[in-house]
Design a protein around this ligand. Structure first.
Ligand SMILES: Nc1ncnc2c1ncn2[C@@H]1O[C@H](COP(=O)(O)OP(=O)(O)OP(=O)(O)O)[C@@H](O)[C@H]1O
Ligand SMILES: [Mg+2]
Length: 242
């Protein structure tokens, strides 16, 4: 469960708000898609939720834990996959995963079995002994996903996680997201691929110019825009009016 109340952020104090008075509740048991044009404020919002950025105003809670007053407890609750997978390049894949596991105090037996399971699903067994600097973009993306999910967080927060994944890996990650939500836990991810949002999400949040312009199920969205044939048309219509 993720809750935002009155969250705003301006990068340049004189500039416009990158996100403006965001209020949202992301309940457990659901996959929530975060969509919006380039520069709308998705990454900024996800960085605020995960404590990478501090909001100028407002509060964020994860599973009821306040990011400002209980940051360590709150941070244990989620796994975050950032939009750029180019970190820890000097480590080998397995070293990186072990590093992630040790930060979160993952039991060694659990670590071993989770790595084996995810490596198999992502076809990464052989790559684990190579340095991340030698990985392709998609392989880097996969190792970041594995590292973020190793401690079995309740809340998954992923910034464009499917970008650059091959069809098999994208399928596996979508399946993992479905399994996670079906187990009563939460997934929040941003995407530009509206077909993915349409097929995968229980609810969507549409953001434009830092403001939420829609939050609800796709059925609710379709009811509001009966003239539009598909999510792409609705999206374009919404953005053009905002
Ligand atoms: N580090 C930064 N310094 C200054 N302004 C920034 C910074 N990061 C983002 N912004 C601005 O904040 C706004 C929101 O950017 P953000 O990265 O959150 O958008 P986004 O929705 O993730 O876009 P995209 O779909 O391109 O990833 C934009 O106007 C952007 O120029
Ligand atoms: Mg972004």
């Amino acid at each position: 469960m993720i809750s935002l109340r009155g969250v705003s952020k301006t990068y340049d104090k004189k500039g416009v708000r990158a996100v403006d008075n965001l209020n949202m509740d992301i309940a457990d048991g659901k996959i929530t898609g975060f969509i919006g044009p380039n520069g709308a404020g998705k990454t900024t919002t996800l960085k605020i939720i995960t404590g990478i950025l501090e909001p100028d105003e407002g509060t964020v809670t994860i599973d009821g834990l306040d990011m400002r007053t209980q940051p360590l407890e709150a941070k244990k609750r989620f796994g975050f996959v950032a939009d750029s997978p180019d970190s820890f390049l000097r480590l080998k894949g397995l070293e990186y995963l072990h590093f992630c596991a040790s930060i979160y105090g993952v039991d060694p037996a659990v670590e071993k079995s989770k790595i084996a399971d995810m490596a198999q699903r992502f076809d990464m067994q052989k790559a684990l002994s190579d340095k991340i600097s030698n990985y392709s973009h998609g392989m880097r993306q996969k190792i970041m996903v594995m590292g973020a999910l190793l401690h079995d967080p309740n809340v998954w927060i992923l910034d464009e996680p499917l970008t650059g994944l091959d069809p098999k890996a994208a399928f596996e990650l979508k399946e993992m997201m479905r399994e996670h939500a079906a187990a009563g836990r939460s997934v929040l991810f941003s995407t530009h691929v509206l077909e993915v949002a349409e097929k995968l999400c229980d609810q969507v949040i549409i953001i434009n110019k830092g403001r939420i312009i829609f939050l609800g199920t796709l059925d609710m969205l379709r009811e509001q825009y009966p003239a539009q044939e598909n999510l792409e048309d609705i999206f374009l219509e919404l953005i053009s009016h905002a």
